[in-house]
Write a protein that binds this ligand. Sequence first.
Ligand code: FAD
Length: 318
Amino acid sequence: MKEFYNIAIIGGGPGGIASAVESVILGIQDVILFEKGDGHSTTIRKFYKDKKRVDKDYKGQKIELNGNIYFCDGTKESTLDLFDKIIKENCFEVHFNTEVESIKKKGDLFAIQTANNATIKAKFIVISIGKMGQPNKPSYPLPSSLKNVINFNANTTQDGEKILVVGGGNSAVEYACVLSQTNPITLNYRRTEFSRINETNQDNLNVCLQSQKITPKFGIDIQKIEDEKGKPKVYFTDDSSEIFDRIIYAIGGIAPIDFLKKCNLQLNEDGTPIVGDDHQSSVDGIYIAGDILFKNGGSIAAALNHGFHIIQSIKARL
Ligand SMILES: Cc1cc2nc3c(=O)[nH]c(=O)nc-3n(C[C@H](O)[C@H](O)[C@H](O)COP(=O)(O)OP(=O)(O)OC[C@H]3O[C@@H](n4cnc5c(N)ncnc54)[C@H](O)[C@@H]3O)c2cc1C
């Protein structure tokens, strides 16, 4: 990866692919696309049945295609083939298995951090992460009676609660350090070294550990969790067990709405990002394409059109 790009595209579904392809067609250099799955179009690959019929005017939404991608009625397989072909024909830099964790504005540029700890800078961002992403869950069962106190973000924590944060990436460490100002925090990571976190988080973690604001449980895994009178009782692999008020898992796969909040984007009441006619979000330079703009689901054709219009706007600003 280079250090600097004109456009960084987050998400390799129809909205992201269209943004990348339209950039190449308009001659924009230095465009990079990040996709967290191991190939493009994870939603289509994972959630469509094999041989599913794919309608261009999905659910009766009649859409005239404005861009350069010729998408028509077909099947799951023919749609994936089309995207394979146009990605190959329009060379742009694409990184699979690369989840973007955060986007921060630094002066006139954005710093994009990935879960595998790479950082690049870009002038413009297109977010097209769809709505199907879910936080990763642990392999052992979680008692459904505890669903209100076993969370995958820190949105519902209350001051003073005894909290177990589970994970070894930037999100887990950020949750643990911030919450340790107001709560007794235990941080559990199955490894002993935090090799994926950035320097700032490493420094903050060291300070919290030294001041004993965070109790470490490193190099230890969780065996099981039981409901102990409405609270999670956690059994660790070192044969210890402890009761907490709440558990927060931060083991990858941020939910779309949490991702948007992390990027400091203003949202409507229904959780969709606020955008202008040109699809620019409340943060100058961040554009939004595809399903995350719709409360009740969009379509491939709509996402392709968003990519086309966004890139026209960005081209005019470059
Ligand atoms: C079962 C089903 C059937 C459908 N049938 C049709 C149909 O027949 N016709 C039609 O037009 N539409 C159909 N749709 C809707 C269509 O699939 C979506 O409208 C379209 O995929 C939206 O494209 P998108 O780019 O916005 O999001 P997505 O296709 O969801 O792509 C988002 C991509 O972003 C990636 N991603 C998410 N977070 C990150 C991150 N932090 N970092 C890096 N990558 C990330 C995801 O892995 C994913 O590949 C169907 C949807 C479903 C679920």
